[in-house]
Design a protein around this ligand. Sequence first.
Ligand code: ADP
Ligand code: MG
Length: 333
Amino acid sequence: MTDDQRELLRIENVVTAYGRGAGVRAVDDVSLTLRKGELLAVIGESGSGKSTLALTALRLLEPRSGRVFFGGEDITHATQRALKPTRRRMQVVFQDPYESLDRRFRVRQIIEEPLLVHGLGANRAERLERVHAALERTGLSPAPLFANRFPHQLSGGQRQRVAIAASLVLEPELLIADEPVSMLDVSARAGVLSLLDGLRRDGDMAVLMITHDLAVAAHYADRIAVMYLGRVVEEGPAHKVVRSPVHPYTRALLSVVPPKDPLAPFHPQLLEGEIPPLTAVPAGCRFASRCPDVAPVCATVDPPLMDIGGRHSVACTRATRQAATPAHQGAAE
Ligand code: ADP
Ligand code: MG
């Protein structure tokens, strides 16, 4: 397959704002590509625009500018009706499985609902078969036992598995998981994360996982995109971003992840100050006010994301001064 055929989701220079008029730009000129079967982790502090980006990719929000492609098709301004077949192919799992599951319904009905919405499964028996298969795939076995329960009769981890099953039943090509384990007990987290990882490995399903846990991203992702105040500031293969981070923000985030070896040196670098509000985005580099490597140039130059080689891009004037080409200009790989 060529690279083009492997491409599933492409976001190009997307701006998504809230409010009337120009609004506040929660996502401000972001470009990202996700290939079939790939797991991309989007990380960044709360408020950096991760959920807004996910909602834009799903076209649950319409961008102010830029374009969104899914499976090669431009869906940027597609109507809800035109989007319906695409909706089956891109599913989402949210943070809080208790909120996202309708507590009046049994698990069986919760997972059957998407089939009914999309007119899948010839009859009740066939739909039930698919419901059971989806439950088994998420590790809720024996399926008939779980199918008859109500959400309140399940643990947090089991409820998140039901939410995942309600997506899987549609056999999506892309699953967007927005902080899928942050509401779960620590003991349930690893199970749900390895479930998501396993599903994309067996099923060739791509996963866009939002997390604020860099250790999780490092462990599961093929690629990592780091967001700061509506922008992607670094993006690349997970091993490169984790082992040789270039952007000072990524370096700071990584420095606070404790090493596995408790005797290894550990020098957490705490960032001073708060993320500036979206209503007062600084001119120049948006990270300058908190950057440990800040230089005078950073007050005036707003650094674009530059390719530093090997599908690794960084938006930092100082770090990319040499040997970088603008990212996302179709540069040969
Ligand atoms: P993250 O998921 O990284 O925490 P969000 O995408 O939720 O970030 O939010 C990005 C910015 O957009 C934040 O400043 C947030 O306050 C703002 N925002 C998010 N949702 C809305 C909304 N519905 N209306 C107005 N502002 C919003
Ligand atoms: Mg969020």
